[in-house]
Design a protein around this ligand. Structure first.
Ligand code: PHE
Length: 445
């Protein structure tokens, strides 16, 4: 089947749309806060540059050469042992699993857009009570917005690469950047901006232990959308003759700058109007709304804009999380796009309801095993196992399985003298790093 191709800018924005997600605006600031800022940020930046960038190129290459869904691409590029290697393509499943909780979180964000219009919590305690009430008791609200997220995402997927994914990213990504830059400009004008810069860039190594290290590496992966077939699947629709290295550069650059801009802005607001760098997942849902309240009327406007930007970031990532499996069913089973999109949508939607219920009092007990409820298990399982495994497979596949001439013929002209360094790092550095991350997440190290 003939697939539609992205335009050049369409591809960059779609891949950046995949990368820039809840990971950048929601997760990055709070984990940076948790691990004391500077040193953690530095480890994250180095990982992004040394490992992230090189896997991004590798993942793009598989898609670009394979031109099909992940499974078929792996099969076609493996000179021997197709039957084994095709399983590499199933990393797209990780995306669907992530969507189980990602869609629920997008639902919370939708809800926050609406409540920010009418009412901001007047202090952190109130903000915390409101958030917990939503999370632990309010099934209806969460279900309503989770349904909305499901409908939006599925609808875009049914419209395909050009008319759905590209079109949405062309609108949502620039809007998101304008909103963030506007709010960032305001943050720069506040006295506490310098404090935020210090916090993010002055390294305090005392907070860094092996856990911080692994979290930084794991996050670099998550935020760049690597190891899940998202970038690979989009790259199958890249224009012929595209420069993978410049494309990868743009995606990494946009993703990293947006995380830094969001972090600096949020920390400035929290220093100025709140209680300083907050920790934990409640940062944007608890500490931030309370800080917005302190800002006065402009805080209301900012709150609404901020949650809209966050929703946009989440939605553009979501479609990329589901598209690999949509593409798989279309290519391998000749399903129509409509059928594939709705089926995959229903998959994450229905299981997402279980994830949602696993936070609700009364159901929680049933849906908790060990120290985690279903929601947290899905998060942990995907981040700890599926994602590093995906990265590992990808690095080994491009580093050792695809014939070197094939890799070289595309990438040597684009990478120039850096080709050998890239190839070496892909073969030896990345797999070891991924393996360590995996072991340590699983608690073996
Ligand atoms: N990169 C996205 C984020 O930062 C999440 C994501 C991971 C999207 C993997 C697609 C694939 O939120």
């Amino acid at each position: 089947m003939k697939i539609a191709r992205f335009s050049r800018i369409g591809f960059i924005l779609a891949a950046a749309g995949s990368a820039v997600g809840l990971g950048n605006i929601w997760k990055f600031p709070y984990i940076a806060g948790e691990y004391g800022g500077g040193a953690f940020v530095l480890i994250y930046l180095i990982t992004v540059l040394l490992i992230g960038f090189s896997i991004m190129i590798a993942e793009m290459l598989i898609g670009y050469l394979g031109k099909r869904d992940g499974v078929t691409s792996f099969e076609e590029l493996a000179p021997r042992n197709k039957h084994l290697w095709k399983f590499g393509g199933f990393q797209g499943l990780a995306g669907l699993f992530i969507m189980i909780f990602y869609s629920v979180v997008i639902g919370w964000i939708f809800h926050y857009i609406v409540t920010s219009i009418t009412h901001l919590p007047t202090n952190v305690q109130e903000a915390e009570t409101t958030f917990n009430a939503m999370l632990h008791t309010n099934i209806f609200t969460q279900l309503f917005y989770h349904t909305l997220a499901f409908i939006w995402i599925t609808y875009i997927l049914t419209k395909g690469i050009k008319g759905g994914i590209e079109k949405m990213n062309l609108v949502l990504m620039p809007t998101l950047m304008i909103i963030l830059l506007g709010m960032f400009a305001y943050a720069v004008s506040l006295d506490t901006f310098g404090q935020a810069v210090d916090f993010m860039f002055k390294a305090d190594w005392s907070k860094i232990d092996s856990k911080a290290f692994v979290t930084a590496v794991g996050h670099a992966f998550f935020t760049l959308s690597l190891g899940m077939g998202a970038i690979m699947t989009y790259s199958a629709s890249m224009e012929k003759g595209s420069n993978l290295v410049t494309n990868a550069f743009w995606v990494v650059f946009l993703d990293t700058s947006i995380a830094i801009v969001a972090g600096l802005m949020l920390f400035t607001f929290l220093y100025q109007y709140g209680s300083g760098p907050a920790k934990g997942p409640g940062l944007v849902f608890i500490s931030l709304p309370a800080a917005f309240y302190e800002m006065g009327i402009i805080g209301n406007v900012f709150a609404v804009l901020f949650f809209i930007a966050l929703a946009f970031a989440g939605l553009t990532s979501s479609v990329s999380l589901v598209e690999p499996m949509v593409q798989y069913f279309m290519d391998r089973f000749s399903w129509s796009r409509l059928k594939a999109s709705i089926s995959m949508g229903l998959f994450f939607y229905l299981i997402g309801i279980i994830a949602l219920l696993s936070n609700i009092d009364g159901y929680k007990e049933l849906l908790t095993w060990g120290d985690k409820n279903f929601f947290d298990w899905v998060d942990h399982f995907t981040a700890a196992i599926m994602l590093p495994l995906g990265g590992l497979v990808m690095a080994i596949f491009v580093g050792f399985v695809i014939e070197k001439q094939r890799v070289e013929s595309v990438l040597r002209p684009q990478l120039g003298f850096a080709f050998d360094t890239w190839y070496f790092s892909l073969r030896y550095i990345t797999p070891v790093a991924m393996f360590i991350v995996m072991l340590s997440f699983m608690g073996v190290l």
